[in-house]
Write a protein that binds this ligand. Structure first.
Ligand code: SAM
Ligand code: SF4
Length: 460
């Protein structure tokens, strides 16, 4: 007898950024509404979907590695394979020609078509080899406004406030894979936040490629984040990423002043040298970036800064790379994501600049910058020894079910022993930091009656 849709188990693997994690939640919601079931185990799945990232070569190679495994699995039994997201968008020709095991290709603006395409691929899987469904059109309007993502954690959630990007930084493939920038209706976002609060969620991260350009009628991002932070029950609101070129003073006011907006700003630097910043099309100078950092610090010295940096961009010299190191030292980030430049097809840099820094030099620069950042982070974290921080409990620590793991307002991971207290995921607890072996803070939970005396000392 033929299986019904609800008997088909879907396994989804997600690669890349938070926006992709969020898109996977949207896809789960769309498939669930059509009756599909899910499995965490690829081995017993009828459908394997890979939600892919095209930002760097590394993510791209990982997907090809998984496709090779799936090819072997497909030889042994019936299996429908789908590639979703940015790679489906940017590599449709390559994937249909060189990876004929792919049955369905769906880009980031076409997820609504996925359930039908999967049903069709399932129905024809024995007759046909090769792609059975492609939906990769980019849209100027799609924001999935009416779809409530299928979330899992119960404590922290993402909400995409906009999709696409119009900035065209020369190294970046996002404007080509995710299309034009469009903002969601704020009322839908606030309803989503209220729904999350009613389910017991405590923290929301607002996502967009450049949240500063969020616009919907007379709403800007500062107004939006304040409205979300005002939703009763939502204790912490984060956001990522603002572009340093147009950081609005009203957003800094909101971060500095609103008790539920985290004292943390992720401010991508990309490079600390003016010639490289101009080549990257970032439209700010090193000085403008540092002036913004100074404004932030003057406003509130306890706002933690983190960043993204690319090493070995086209024609970057050693001296220009050292400018980036000096900038990192001067800002003193809490943490940084440091990447090797990876040329992406069709980007402005791929067309107009020469990717002439060798792999060896790129790797060497990444290692040196990572070491520098590690030393800065360690020093900052060690300064917290003896302080009491307010931590949102997320769950067991990775290492042991005898320890809790949570995060400070500034997004630093804290681990502490459970010791039979009534603490649970979703609680806020004061933790006194006792030691800092590397990037994670370790400490002890302060009993409630003692904690009240510590309240004035609470940081992070
Ligand atoms: N919209 C965000 C912004 O402007 O900061 C970033 C989005 S992107 C998904 C995340 C990071 O990936 C970027 O900040 C950049 O550091 C890095 N990235 C993007 N394209 C890259 C490339 N071609 N090679 C290496 N890193 C890249
Ligand atoms: Fe890419 Fe620049 Fe847009 Fe960020 S702002 S997504 S780096 S083009």
């Amino acid at each position: 007898m033929e299986k019904t849709v609800s008997q088909y188990k879907v396994h989804i693997e997600t690669f890349g950024c938070q926006m992709n994690e969020y898109d996977t939640e949207l896809v789960r919601s769309l498939l669930k509404a059509k009756g599909f079931a899910f499995t965490e185990d690829r081995e017993c799945a009828d459908v394997v979907l890979m939600n892919t990232c095209a930002i760097r070569e590394h993510a791209h190679n990982k997907v090809y590695g998984h496709l090779a495994d799936l090819k072997a699995l497909k030889r042994q039994r019936k299996l429908v394979v789908g590639v979703l997201g940015c790679m489906a968008q940017s590599l449709k020709k390559e994937l249909t020609e060189t990876a004929p095991i792919v049955d369905v290709l769906v880009g980031p603006d076409s997820y609504r078509r996925l359930p039908d395409l999967l049903e069709r691929a399932i129905a024809t899987q024995e007759k046909d080899n090769g792609v059975k469904g492609i939906a990769v059109d980019l849209s100027e309007y799609e924001t999935y406004q009416d779809i409530m993502p299928e979330r899992a954690t119960g404590i922290t959630a993402w909400i995409a406030v906009m999709r696409g990007c119009d900035n065209f930084c020369t190294f970046c493939v996002v404007p080509y894979t995710r299309g034009r920038e469009r903002s969601r209706d704020p009322q839908g976002i606030i309803r989503e936040a209220e729904h999350l609060a009613a389910q017991g969620y405590k923290q929301i991260t607002l996502l967009g490629q450049n949240v500063n350009s969020y616009r919907f009628e007379d709403w800007d991002f500062a107004r939006l984040i304040t409205a979300v932070a005002d939703v009763p029950g939502i204790e912490r609101v984060r956001f990522t990423s603002p572009h340093p070129k147009d950081f609005p003073p009203a957003l800094l006011d909101a971060v500095a002043g609103h008790p539920h907006i985290c004292k943390h700003i992720h401010l991508p630097l990309q490079a600390g040298n003016d010639r490289i910043l101009a080549l990257m099309g970032r439209t700010y100078s090193r000085k403008e970036y540092l002036d913004l950092v100074e404004d932030i610090r003057r406003r509130r010295a306890d706002i933690a800064l983190t960043t993204d940096i690319i090493c070995g961009f086209c024609t970057e010299t050693e001296e220009e790379f050292l400018d980036t190191c000096r900038t990192v030292q001067e800002v003193g980030y809490h943490a940084a994501f440091i990447f090797k430049y990876s040329e992406r097809k069709n980007t402005i840099a791929a067309r107009k600049c020469q990717d002439d820094v060798s792999e060896r030099i790129k790797s060497d620069r990444v290692t040196r910058l990572v070491d520098l950042q590690k030393a800065i982070s360690l020093q900052k974290n060690r300064n917290m020894i003896g302080q009491t921080v307010q931590v949102l409990v997320e769950g067991d620590s990775k290492r042991s079910s005898d320890q809790w793991m949570g995060r400070t307002d500034t997004n630093i991971t804290v681990v502490w022993a459970k010791r039979g207290s009534s603490t649970g995921p979703g609680d806020f607890r004061p933790i006194k930091i006792s030691h800092v072996p590397a990037t994670t803070l370790f400490g002890d939970e302060i009993p409630a009656q003692v904690a009240s005396g510590h309240l004035r000392q609470l940081v992070g």
